[in-house]
Design a protein around this ligand. Structure first.
Ligand code: PLP
Length: 468
């Protein structure tokens, strides 16, 4: 391999280091265990209901928690806040076209704004939307538009112990069988997520994306990408898929998107901003419909719920996000935490994903039934131990079957330790690992929870619990 990769990052045998230095800091503090016990009780044992002031290391989510660069902060002073036709929109549109390759761009305030519009323009009641595992807001919008979600992720995705490179792949046989069973005319699009959050941040291979597109196109079905973490997916392709080791992440991203017909995007993840998103499409007629609907839900089609300054920061964030040295350090930090836990024999989803380390709560608390919410309880116990805030990704997040009213019982019952981009240091990862290992040591005496308040939509955000 050459001394320098195409955009100047060191060769892979060197350890990574962050390609930036810190210019501004925000103080955080660790509270006492007694104070944390009160805080989590008042929050109904739901980490979403904690006040951020009471949190020491916040690994709730990588959504909107990014640290912006000096260039992005400078962009905040370059906002063209005209109601219509802001120059920042045209810059953003060009940047998305250049890096993701789609023809038309509709800005939205965040990812779910784009999901809402996509569902409304594509889905009719009675439709079926296949996807490589569900995502909470994505499926909610599909269902609100009258569709039923059908999971077509490879079976291996449901097994947290299998060490495979592309556990986010679509099961092509399952997809073919579904098309044969319900008919292509009832499938408006395939919802392809890269990487797959609910499977533990697992990537989709380029070959799989190509095959899905080929199969879908043969049946006249569109493929819509959830591009929220597609840059991280592109990095895994570079690292793991033959033929891609010498390509840049930017090149891989372009090729990956070329096998899809459009995307929804939460800019709060890959794109290194605190708010923003977009819907991108190649079909002009669909774009017309979307740019009309966005006026109703988000704002005019040249701002879509974002300030001009936010669009400018996102345009610059996209360019920074595809740089090989950035993404290598970002995923490298996640792997660093994951490896520490693996060395301590803590059960985590393997392989380590792109944005988070997922604790396997079923293996962590084997004495708890899934209806005693082991992952929800584990997230609460971790907070009590150290003030590290994580998130449940299991039976609470999965919600209820809209027909039977029963809890979905997902195979994966996980706690997600999500790493914000460019925010924490390795020392924060060390403290986090130490706390997880401590809680693991006390696992046999841990008790489950009971649900005492359950909101109707996306219950995990606002549900409340009490200890059993
Ligand atoms: C966060 C996320 C979304 C929704 O985006 P928001 O910006 O939070 O509305 C959709 N899909 C995936 C995979 C996500 O992680």
């Amino acid at each position: 391999m050459n001394a320098e990769s195409p955009n100047g990052s060191p060769t892979r045998h060197r350890p990574w280091a962050e390609p930036w230095k810190i210019k501004v800091v925000e103080p955080i503090r660790m509270t006492s265990r007694a104070a944390r016990e009160v805080a989590i009780r008042e929050a109904g044992y739901n980490t979403f209901l904690l006040r951020s002031e009471d949190v020491y290391i916040d690994l709730l989510t990588d959504s909107g928690t990014n640290a912006m660069s000096d260039s992005q902060w400078a962009a905040m002073m370059m906002g063209d806040e005209a109601y219509a036709g802001s120059r920042n929109f045209y810059h953003l549109e060009k940047t998305i076209r250049d890096h993701y390759g789609y023809r038309f761009v509709v800005p939205t305030h965040q990812g779910r704004g784009a999901e809402n519009i996509l569902a409304k323009i594509m889905i009719k009641p009675g439709d079926v939307v296949p996807g490589n595992m569900y995502f909470t807001t994505t499926r909610a919008h599909q269902e609100m538009a009258g569709a039923t979600f059908a999971d077509v992720v490879v079976r291996e995705a449901h097994d947290p112990t299998l060490e495979l490179p592309f556990k986010g792949n679509v099961d092509l046989d399952a997809l073919s069988a579904l098309i044969a069973r319900v008919g292509a005319n009832r499938i408006p699009y395939i919802s392809l997520a890269a990487t797959v959050n609910m499977a533990g941040g697992q990537p989709v291979s380029m070959a799989n994306a190509r095959d899905v597109h080929e199969l879908a196109t043969r049946h006249g079905i569109k493929v819509m990408l959830d591009a929220t973490r597609a840059v991280e997916n592109a990095y895994f392709i570079q690292q793991r898929e033959s033929g891609y080791a010498t390509k840049t992440v930017a090149e891989i991203l372009r090729e990956f998107c070329s096998y899809t017909d459009g995307c929804t995007m939460s800019g709060k993840k890959d794109a290194l901003v605190n708010i923003g998103g977009w819907l991108a499409l190649n079909d002009e007629q669909r774009y017309e419909e979307a740019s009309n609907l966005v006026v109703l839900y988000e704002g005019l089609h040249t701002y879509g719920g974002m300030a001009g300054r936010d669009m400018e920061a996102m345009a610059r964030g996209i360019v920074e996000s595809v740089a090989d040295d950035h993404i290598r350090a970002r995923v490298g930090q996640v792997e660093y935490l994951g490896r520490k836990l693996i060395e301590a024999a803590v059960p985590v989803v393997r392989p380590i994903g792109g944005h988070a380390v997922y604790l396997d709560a079923k293996a962590f608390y084997p004495h708890l039934d899934q209806e005693q919410f082991p992952a929800q309880a584990l997230a609460a116990h971790l907070y009590e131990d150290s003030g590290v805030r994580a998130m449940e990704r299991g039976i609470v997040s999965a919600g209820r079957d809209k027909e039977t009213g029963k809890n979905y019982r997902p195979a994966l019952e996980l706690v997600r330790l999500t790493i914000p981009r460019r925010v924490y240091t390795q020392a924060h990862m060390d403290v986090t690992a130490e706390s997880v290992i401590e809680v693991y040591g006390k696992r046999l005496t841990a008790r489950g929870l009971k649900l005492v308040h359950e909101p109707r939509y996306l219950r995990f955000f606002q549900a409340r619990f009490e200890p059993l």
